[in-house]
Design a protein around this ligand. Structure first.
Ligand code: BGC
Length: 266
């Protein structure tokens, strides 16, 4: 993330403008060119297996490979990269499901060197949240909106009147000294073979705690599990309205593309 970018004008001005969005995950790296007005992918998504170990150098090389794959996209198209890490002033400060050597890495410089141009780097949940607020379940929503992504871990993106509070890491709230992230994630349900009811009681506890701290007006549940919303949304009892995300698995890369465009304009 290179800026605290202003709102992206989704006006005719952005019509036909494309940025490349790339979403780095623990097992795969997804990328696609994104139409900045509609959020649609202008070419099929490309997938590269995340190098193991996912060191900064290895991931930067994969990101370069991704950029080169979309050779038909103009060379000056902004590039946004979503990563499972806190990113402050271009430095990655944490590392989840990627090599620990990311912590303290000057990622801005790393990608600039690898790509021969700057890239805009941001937390993956923040990127997914930006996409949801722009075009998905949070569109035109004011007040406090909490986007929670449930996958291998729990990511969060917090918005007040549409403005993102970067790097909130609310997935790591602790209850009785235990990190909620591995406990209430979507992966925990599968790994521990939990029934929906068992898993929902964890999610309920997590969301109730988050609600007691933040009092959101709207909670958007993202991650692959949002497709199974029927299984768990009716069981949740929180005051906030809770809805599934609408942008699907591409929300991270779409949000990264939006942010890259906003940063390039700033
Ligand atoms: C990380 C977050 C990330 C989330 C989803 C968490 O473990 O701490 O930075 O957004 O996983 O990948």
């Amino acid at each position: 993330m290179s800026t605290q970018a202003p709102d992206i004008p989704l006006t005719d001005e952005a019509t036909g403008i494309v940025a490349i969005g790339i979403d780095i995950g623990g097992t795969g790296i997804k990328g696609a060119p994104v139409d900045l007005r509609t959020g649609e992918l202008t070419a099929p998504r490309h997938y590269i297996a995340t190098p193991q170990p996912a060191t900064p150098a290895a991931v930067a090389a994969a990101v370069k490979e991704m950029r080169d794959y979309f050779s038909e996209v103009p060379a000056d198209a902004p590039i946004g990269v979503a990563i499972p890490a806190v990113v402050r002033n271009g430095i990655t400060r944490t590392a989840a499901n990627i090599d620990q050597s990311w912590i303290g890495t000057n990622a801005d410089q790393l990608f600039r060197d690898a790509l021969g141009m700057p890239a805009t780097l941001l937390n993956d949940a923040d990127a997914a949240g930006l996409a949801e607020m722009r075009l998905g379940a949070g569109r035109d929503r004011k007040g406090v909106v909490l986007v929670v992504t449930l996958g291998t871990g729990i990511g969060s993106a917090l918005f007040t009147d549409g403005h993102l509070v970067w790097n909130t890491e609310l997935g790591h709230l602790t209850i009785e000294g235990f990190d909620c992230c591995p406990w209430a994630s979507a992966a925990a349900r599968v790994k521990e073979n939990l029934s929906w009811a068992q898993w929902v009681s964890r999610l309920q506890e997590y969301l109730a705690y988050a609600e007691s701290l933040l009092w959101p007006d709207l909670v958007i549940i993202g991650g692959g599990i949002s497709h199974d919303a029927d299984q768990f949304l009716p069981l949740l009892q929180v005051e906030a309205q809770v809805v599934p995300a609408q942008m699907g698995n591409d929300s991270g890369l779409i949000g990264a593309a939006f942010e890259a465009y906003a940063a390039a304009r700033a």
